[in-house]
Design a protein around this ligand. Structure first.
Ligand SMILES: Cc1cc2nc3c(=O)[nH]c(=O)nc-3n(C[C@H](O)[C@H](O)[C@H](O)COP(=O)(O)O)c2cc1C
Length: 190
């Protein structure tokens, strides 16, 4: 697959087959994350791989949050509670998830977040090129402290979770804004 094809083929996948992914492939994907650009020479990322039944604890933490979350507090985030539910099902079904952590240091948060986004995108595109489906997850943000504590990373911040597996669905592309509506050639004559 050429690079443009990989970019165009990628979708968020929310239904996975049961087949596991080998450690070799997982390490290849995380290695592509490691090769992403990073701000201020920080390489702020840590990756925790969780498989099969071990994921249930993460799902339980999300379900516990759903039982207790004050709906009023989340009203302004349309559908947040239900999207947490949907995402918890995806985590349950995916054979592998990767938790992406960073060491929180107030002055570097913005740069670190951008670096981590670059790493996650590298991983997602590598997964696509290997015919794997993926879902970038941030619905775990509401219960990130509990998750960090559970995996023994209390001193770090959970940025995102990446769910990986062989796709069991083939969604059409989500609509995108037109290029002409989001870019200009500044002050260039037509
Ligand atoms: C930072 C980030 C966080 C996301 N978090 C979630 C999530 O928690 N649950 C989910 O189902 N999708 C999540 N998504 C996937 C988006 O919903 C998806 O990328 C978007 O709808 C566009 O669809 P596509 O990825 O298939 O092109 C997230 C995407 C990004 C970039």
């Amino acid at each position: 697959m050429d690079f443009r094809e990989v970019v165009e083929k990628r979708r968020s996948i929310r239904s996975f087959q049961k087949d596991d992914i080998s450690n070799e492939i997982i390490e290849d994907i995380i290695d592509c994350g490691r090769l992403a650009p990073f701000a201020k020479n920080r390489q702020p990322w840590y990756f925790v791989v969780i498989r099969n039944k071990e994921k249930d604890a993460i799902v339980n933490i999300m379900e516990e949050w759903l039982r207790n979350a004050d709906i009023k507090k989340y009203e302004k985030y349309i559908g947040h509670k239900s999207s947490v539910f949907g995402t918890s099902r995806v985590i349950r079904e995916a054979p592998v998830i990767i938790l992406i952590f960073y060491k929180k240091e107030e002055v570097w948060i913005e740069g670190d977040n951008l670096s981590i986004g670059a790493a996650i995108q590298n991983m997602i595109l590598r997964a696509t090129s290997l015919d794997l489906g993926s879902l970038w997850i941030r619905d775990t943000d509401s219960m990130k402290e509990e998750i960090s504590k559970y995996v023994g990373f209390s001193d770090m911040e959970l940025s995102s979770v990446l769910a990986l597996g062989y796709a069991n669905e083939f969604p059409s592309p989500r609509p995108r804004k037109n290029l002409a509506d989001i870019m200009i050639y500044y002050k260039e004559e037509k």
